[in-house]
Design a protein around this ligand. Structure first.
Ligand SMILES: Cc1cc2nc3c(=O)[nH]c(=O)nc-3n(C[C@H](O)[C@H](O)[C@H](O)COP(=O)(O)O)c2cc1C
Length: 185
């Protein structure tokens, strides 16, 4: 069974990116993965200042350990000013090759305007830099404020299908890469 960890780039209560992430994680779980959402709203993470250790912030080690132990990540982010959020970048900056290299990654973005791939494309560059494997499937949810019902379901079944396909792609890629990761680690 592969382990999939979800990280969300919004700290907003009721964030659409969190709703999308939870739907993607649920789809990964249905496909047979063990899933965990690391909720940054419940963690105390400092700004990355380039240090190796953050002794006053034990949650940095929890983040690093959970991500290092994962086979795959699903990253969900709001689009902020044409890219992904600083919250997500800071969390990624608190980690490095030890945690991120070799991870399979699935990407989801939500945005207030029309659907585009700006944040997703920028995240692909970052993932490449840390030697992670981003699956080709990706989901951008435009006009996110009107896409979810009161219990966090997507009203457009096609968007839900895309999230399901993304989650399946992440789990299947992690299953295929796991033996390779075991040899190279
Ligand atoms: C600082 C900031 C910048 C934003 N920039 C964009 C943007 O470039 N394009 C866009 O479509 N929406 C933009 N938005 C709107 C958000 O993407 C939208 O409200 C989204 O739902 C927020 O994500 P969340 O619901 O997960 O918190 C911006 C919002 C904020 C707060």
């Amino acid at each position: 069974m592969v382990n999939v960890v979800g990280l969300c780039g919004s700290l907003r209560q009721g964030a659409a990116s969190e709703k999308a992430l939870l739907l993607a994680l649920a789809a990964a779980e249905r496909r047979g993965a063990r899933v965990e959402y690391l909720d940054f709203k419940r963690m105390q993470l400092p700004f990355c200042d380039g240090s190796d250790e953050y002794p006053e912030y034990p949650d940095v080690n929890i983040l690093r350990q959970k991500v290092a132990a994962a086979d795959a990540l699903i990253l969900a982010t709001p689009e902020y000013h044409g890219s992904y959020s600083g919250v997500l970048k800071n969390a990624l900056d608190l980690m490095g090759f030890d945690e991120l290299s070799g991870k399979v990654v699935g990407l989801v973005s939500v945005l207030g305007g029309g659907q585009n791939a700006n944040a997703l494309n920028d995240l692909r560059i970052v993932a490449r830099w840390v030697h992670a494997w981003v699956v080709p499937e990706q989901v951008a949810i435009g006009q996110a404020w009107k896409q979810f019902d009161s219990v966090g379901r997507l009203s457009d079944p096609k968007l839900q299908e895309r999230l399901d396909r993304l989650a399946v792609a992440v789990v299947e890629a992690a299953e295929r890469l796991r033996p390779v990761a075991a040899i190279t680690s």
